[in-house]
Write a protein that binds this ligand. Structure first.
Ligand code: 5AD
Ligand code: SF4
Length: 480
């Protein structure tokens, strides 16, 4: 999920705000029991789920080095911000937070501030010149080096490591679950991206694509299940191109095979995954989903644009027809499957007619929800080098609003169509609005709110009949 776009608030994206700040639970780290240094770190995360997942790896690495997590920014010895570069707005948010951290630092000399993630990778040592108060700049593949860099910085060195790796997957690191509800967790299955969509900075900030050892993924899922977790989301920039070869046996594991392996951990463990690329998702994956009840019937399948010429400029390697056929195939194999999307409006040279192709695609695919953005040029990307960002901002904003309005109508219709249906819902916790209600999700990833009954708890599967709906949520009553 992406947390830099206020327009998302209108949609089924409230979790973005809920998770926007990466405070951590201090009780979580006590299980690690390393030599405590008495020092505390505070970490905030921005951007996609991958970044939130990375922050849990960072927390684990720092925990091993004797640092305890804290939610108290003012009391922290080490303040970290895990950053996103996907749009200019995401970077602006980070710069604002750095101003706040600076004030804390002035009140508490000796506090160290570190920038992690995509912005660290994009700006590298330049960060230290631009943002004089940053002590550490650490890219996504260099987190193992963090304790050493912190120690060096304490001695007055500037701590920078932005080397990208072809191998690093952090396979052996058991993430420290931050902000955990104890029910759902992310598992990172691969890193980097080789797709080179022309608008996207990710291949430059996260490096080449590499897949993690399949057995370490299954072991992590098993461990989570044994600790009471009931849902895992397998994460990667492009999960359908997951491929891993066992170094000794030569066994090859595809994404479909990995899904099957994780689904077999326990029928009571739900599996989700994100993100799928329309060019790579195979029938084999769709059949595996269909054949396993515990693999959720939900696919995040970003279209980006509904127009073939724009898709070509974006280097998405599929056209409108191909995407429509994929959607048809998904509904053919799993009629009850939900599909969601990412959409960029106002890409270089996009005409009104081409914009209408995007609107008609939203209508065709009947997305349950979408993340919608207007194009933001990113320095160094192929689009920035070769194309002109020539759609005026007002036009971008108007087109974005049209897409949001249409998506909201469709989300509303799709949710209303669920009234009267009974779903299995995994309880995630108390509803934000009232502690008399539970919140949970059905297999299609729709949020369901319902009055809590005695004897039920987070982690339980319950049957809920839907009585009402908005574009963002289903409301219902537990029936068993
Ligand atoms: N401008 C706007 N949106 C972008 N995205 C990626 N790069 C850009 C950009 N330069 C969106 C895409 C992608 C999601 C992660 O962010 O829709 O799927
Ligand atoms: Fe960017 Fe494309 Fe990779 Fe997604 S798949 S992160 S849009 S390059």
């Amino acid at each position: 999920m992406y947390n830099d776009n206020p327009t998302l608030k209108d949609l089924n994206a409230r979790t973005i705000d809920e998770t926007a700040q990466g405070q951590v639970y201090s009780e979580a780290v006590s299980a690690l029991a390393p030599e405590p240094t008495g020092k505390q770190f505070y970490i905030e995360s921005y951007g996609c789920q991958m970044n939130f997942s990375d922050s849990e790896i960072v927390a684990s690495i720092l925990g091993e080095a004797g640092y305890a997590p804290t939610r108290d920014l003012e009391g922290a010895d080490l303040i970290l911000i895990n950053t996103c570069s996907i749009r200019e707005k995401a970077e602006d948010t980070v710069r604002k937070r750095l101003r706040v951290f600076d004030k804390v630092k002035r009140r508490r000399p000796g506090t160290m501030v570190g920038v992690l993630g995509c912005m660290a990778e994009r700006l590298k040592a330049k960060f230290l010149e631009e943002e004089k108060l940053v002590d550490l700049v650490v890219g996504p593949d260099a987190y193992r080096d963090l304790p050493g860099l912190v120690a060096g910085a304490e001695e007055g060195e500037k701590g920078v490591n932005v080397f990208l790796s072809r191998e690093e997957t952090y396979a052996d690191i058991n993430p420290l679950r931050l902000q955990s509800n104890g029910v759902t967790a992310f598992i990172s299955i691969m890193r980097g991206c080789d797709n080179m969509c022309s608008f996207c900075v990710v291949p430059y900030t996260r490096g080449r694509e590499r897949s993690r050892n399949a057995y370490s993924i299954v072991a992590e899922a098993t461990d989570l299940f044994q600790r009471g977790f009931r849902e895992v989301t397998l994460l990667g920039q492009n999960v359908d191109s997951y491929k891993w070869t066992h170094p000794e046996t030569g066994e090859r594991v595809t994404f479909a095979a990995l899904l099957e392996m994780v689904a077999q951990v326990d029928p009571k463990l739900r599996i989700r995954f994100s993100t799928s690329h329309p060019k790579d998702i195979t029938d084999e994956v769709l059949y595996t989903m269909r054949d396993h009840e515990n693999i959720c019937k939900y696919i995040h399948l970003p279209v980006q644009s509904g127009n073939s010429r724009i898709l070509d400029l974006m280097n998405r390697t599929y056209d409108r027809e191909w995407y429509r056929k994929k959607v048809d195939r998904i509904y053919e194999i799993m009629p009850d499957c939900a599909i969601s999307s990412d959409i960029i409006t106002g890409f270089c040279s996009e005409t009104e007619e081409e914009h209408r192709d995007t609107l008609s695609m939203v209508d065709y695919a009947r997305y349950t929800m979408s993340y919608m953005f207007f194009y933001s040029e990113r320095p160094g990307t192929p689009a920035a080098r070769k194309l002109t960002d020539d759609v005026p901002l007002e036009v971008k904003k108007r087109r974005l609003q049209e897409i949001i309005d249409l998506q909201t109508t469709i989300s509303d219709e799709r949710n209303r169509a669920d009234i009267g249906t009974t779903f299995t819902v995994l309880i995630e916790g108390e509803s934000k609005r009232s502690d008399a209600d539970w919140k949970g999700r059905n297999t299609q990833n729709k949020m369901v709110i319902f009055p809590r009954l005695a004897g039920t708890a987070p982690g339980d599967y319950v049957s809920v009949t839907i009585t009402d709906a908005t574009s963002a949520t289903l409301l219902g009553n537990q029936v068993s």
